[in-house]
Design a binder for this molecule. Structure first.
Ligand code: NAP
Ligand code: ZN
Length: 351
């Protein structure tokens, strides 16, 4: 099947309309008519080959929601017409220790929704900036939010799970004071989720303009991280920091804010390394520096259900497919509150 998509033909080119093919659904496949796709900063890193190894044409997008349009003969869990989502993972080995534990995100053979090897044309996966996608049922998530919220559910498939998973892993909850650094797509979900889990949340931003808005997301305090006095006022007070910042920065400034035994988990994945941290900031208070990669399929479903039960969705700005290049420029300037979401029906009109 040929469908419309938006993608880049090289790292130094903007995204443009293109036709791609999707396989005919196999026995365990679900075909999805994509209604909306969120725009993650990873899409920008990947399209521009900032992490190296990008395969072209590159059709990004891993915050996919839509309606089942067809199912393979052996699919019993999904029916045409149902609302579903697909996140960052469309396949994995299905038999290693990580897959057995539902941690497909850590499988050595995890197949990403775009830029991973596949037998399908053109030899690597193509993501959600497209009209349809065909995915093995194991990697399809059920959306239980009302249909009217569908566009705002899309960012949960990456920004939601990438922040939910570390908050759960480090057992964030009542009695904890948690910092969320970088108030973009991931960070704004981190604030909403940590607050919903019962923690007291401090937002750290480089943008003075987000000071008021971050309070509305559930933060009890907002710190402009460029201001040393505001940073000093938080010294030794945080149990956990979720760092979503998409650019290299001084990690030591954040270690100083952790209590003894506190942890900072990095989820931001800048193109170039952070300056090396000072080890004394870790050893003197037994602090930990950690990382976390999206989340497994069962936990992604758990997160979607957690959010559906509490009415949690992302704060979004809808865009047409042909506005994607401008959206990237705005994200790089930090000019989005807080996630762009593509309306995929607008792909039909692109040429
Ligand atoms: P985003 O919406 O663009 O937000 C990133 C935020 O980082 C910005 O809003 C900004 O927040 C802060 N920032 C400070 N200085 C910056 C700079 N020089 N350049 C860019 N951002 C800067 O990005 P996102 O989609 O949330 O993604 C954040 C990072 O997480 C990206 O590196 C992405 O690739 C990565 N990621 C990782 C995973 C994972 O599994 N670990 C999953 C998804 C994404 P303030 O204005 O508040 O300072
Ligand atoms: Zn993402």
């Amino acid at each position: 099947m040929t469908v419309k998509a938006y993608g880049a033909r090289a790292g130094d080119q903007t995204l443009e309309s293109m036709n791609i093919t999707r396989r005919t659904p196999g026995a365990h496949d679900v075909q999805i008519e994509i209604a909306y796709c969120g725009v993650c900063h990873s899409d920008i890193h990947q399209v521009r080959s900032e992490w190296a190894g990008t395969l072209y044409p590159c059709v990004p997008g891993h915050e996919i929601v839509g309606q089942v349009s067809a199912v393979g003969a052996h699919v019993s869990n999904f029916k045409p017409g149902e609302l579903v989502g697909v996140g960052c993972i469309v396949d994995s080995c299905q038999h290693c220790a990580d897959c057995d534990e539902g941690l497909e995100n850590y499988c050595d053979h995890m197949i990403g929704t775009y830029n991973s090897p596949t037998p399908d044309a053109p030899g690597h996966t193509l993501g959600g900036y497209s009209e349809q996608i065909v995915v093995h049922e194991r990697y399809v998530l059920r959306v239980r939010h009302p249909a009217a919220q569908l566009a705002a559910v899309a960012p949960l498939l990456c920004a939601g799970i990438t922040t939910y998973s570390p908050l759960r892993h480090w057992k964030v909850g009542p009695g904890h004071k948690v910092g969320v650094a970088g108030i973009g797509g991931l960070g704004h979900m981190g604030i909403k989720l940590a607050y919903a889990m019962g923690a007291q949340v401090v937002a750290f931003t480089t943008s003075e303009s987000k000071r008021k808005a971050a309070l509305a997301l559930g933060a009890s305090e907002v710190v402009v991280s460029r201001n040393p006095d505001e940073m000093a006022a938080q010294a030794m007070s945080l149990d956990f920091i979720l760092n979503t910042v998409a650019a290299p920065h001084d990690l030591d400034a954040f270690f100083a804010l952790l209590k003894r035994d506190g942890t900072m988990a990095l989820v931001g994945a800048p193109a170039t390394p952070h300056p090396s941290p000072n080890v004394f900031n870790l050893i003197t208070k037994r602090r930990s520096l950690a990382g976390s990669l999206i989340g497994g399929i069962p936990e992604t479903q758990e997160m979607l259900d957690f959010c559906a039960g509490r009415g949690i969705v992302a704060d979004i700005e809808l865009i047409r497919a042909d506005e994607i290049n401008e959206a990237y420029d705005r994200m790089i300037r930090g000019d989005v509150k807080y996630r762009f979401v593509m309306e995929n029906s607008t792909l039909a009109g692109t040429a």
